[in-house]
Design a protein around this ligand. Structure first.
Ligand SMILES: [Zn+2]
Length: 438
């Protein structure tokens, strides 16, 4: 079979599986779970792998599920990743009524597309034609949320890093993978769906802040107390006074939430806690802005005589796409979405742990613009099902074929030309350098 024949067969196989793909998507979408808690989602992925006869491991970094299809030979391994976790968006019509979790970041589409690639490669008999293996990896905890909860997991020893891919890299789950494909859905204000390639994104440092004051009667003896909420407020204001020093090209972001702001209205708040990230487009801006922000947070405590404990945690690295791998994906996406709909994306101030992976192996992270409403918000909904779930899978499957067809020369060339920004050992050492334990 020629490569072109194989590619059209795989596309058709994925199209023929449309109802299975949407059924899986609906099952994932209807039971959204937060990171490191994706037990039902993981069970659905494992059940799918069993039904497709894909050998797999479960429980990687708490909930990860990793399946592998063998090629005619096993020269290189390409991974198709799908993130399993949801975000909290209690106002979303499809949010879980108990937890408030909802798939407002489209990770349900990632799992569906990953599954669709597997179905397409199996149904078409493509693996016989490929010189390498394909890993289908359902990964946990891309959203870096519930920092306090995850820090407890960390202290209990169930994880070391608070994001899924960092944890999987540490555990060696990417050691037998040579390159990775990861998509995300994006908002499309109007017009046709689109594909954005090559967008970079911010990295960040995670942060837990604990202001300790002294309780007292809020009206009869406030002079006896030390108001930790005022300390926190001044700390945040202090960061605002730093903002003019943040350079535009560094895309610095600090967006704290107060997770505990006091217990009773008639008691001076003595225990106030915040979670935040410090984000920036590059590591040096990350480090300098983090120093300024910590200094301002400390100043808030000093102003009212409170104590503050600032705990920095390893976050994510900025994203850098592999351009040769992007070029392969681009050609296939152009066939499916139309060449004029495939563009180079700008820098995104958000962050993803795919950034971490992109530092150690060739990785791409295309954005598929097919959503109405904003990501992580109550009006999020997939406006173009075909673009989000089917074409995405076809574009990834065709890319896998380009990479591994024949003797897998394309994959070999990309690996040979790639100069990873960090080795795994350097990467882990880098993460550990951010850790200030409390
Ligand atoms: Zn996401």
């Amino acid at each position: 079979m020629t490569k072109e024949e194989l590619k059209s067969k795989v596309c058709q196989a994925i199209a023929d599986r449309r109802s299975d793909i949407m059924q899986l998507r609906n099952a994932i979408y209807q039971e959204p779970e937060l990171g490191f808690k994706e037990t039902k989602t993981a069970a659905k992925v494992a059940a799918l792998f069993r039904s497709l006869g894909i050998a797999h491991e479960t429980g990687l970094a708490v909930t990860g599920v990793k399946g592998r299809l063998k090629g005619r030979q096993s020269k290189q391994t390409v991974a198709v990743l799908g993130e399993m976790d949801a975000v909290i968006c209690a106002g979303h019509p499809d949010a879980d009524p108990l937890t408030g979790a909802a798939h407002c970041c489209g990770h349900d589409a990632q799992i569906a597309a990953m599954a669709a690639v597997a179905m397409g490669l199996i149904d078409s008999g493509a693996m016989e034609q490929l010189a390498g293996d394909v890993v289908f990896f359902a990964v946990p905890a891309e959203e870096y949320v519930e920092i306090t909860y995850r820090d407890k997991l960390r202290k209990a020893g169930s994880i070391k890093y608070l994001g899924g891919k960092a944890e999987l890299i540490r555990l060696g789950a990417f050691d037998d993978i040579d390159m990775a494909l990861q998509i995300h859905l994006a908002t499309k204000p109007e017009g046709d769906s689109f594909v954005r390639l090559g967008s970079t994104s911010n990295g960040f440092i995670g942060k837990l802040v604990h202001y300790q004051g002294r309780a007292a009667h809020a009206a009869m003896a406030p002079e006896e107390g030390i108001n930790a909420l005022n300390a926190a407020m001044l700390g945040i204001m202090g960061v605002h006074a730093q903002r003019e020093t943040f350079r535009e090209q560094d895309y610095v972001r600090f967006h704290p939430i107060i997770t505990q702001g006091g217990d009773l209205v008639n008691v001076v708040p003595d225990d106030v806690r915040m979670e935040s990230y410090v984000r920036a487009a590059n590591v040096s801006a990350l480090l300098t802005s983090n120093t300024k922000i910590n200094r301002a947070l400390q100043a808030g405590a000093d102003a009212v005589g409170a104590e503050v404990k600032i705990q920095d945690l390893p976050g994510y690295l900025p994203l850098c796409n592999n351009s040769a791998l992007n070029a392969v994906f681009r050609e296939n996406a152009a066939l499916l979405y139309g060449a004029e709909q495939v563009n180079v994306g700008p820098h995104e101030a958000g962050s993803t742990d795919t950034g971490d992976l992109s530092h150690i192996m060739p990785t791409i992270h295309p954005w598929i613009g097919c959503v109405h409403g904003a990501l992580h918000s109550a009006d999020y909904c997939v406006a173009d099902v075909e673009a989000g779930y089917i074409k995405t899978a076809q574009a990834m499957a065709l890319t896998v074929i380009d990479l591994l067809y024949g003797e897998g020369e394309t994959a070999q060339d990309i690996i040979a030309a790639d100069k990873p920004l960090l080795t795994k050992a350097e990467y882990l050492k880098f993460l550990d350098s951010f850790s200030s334990d409390a």
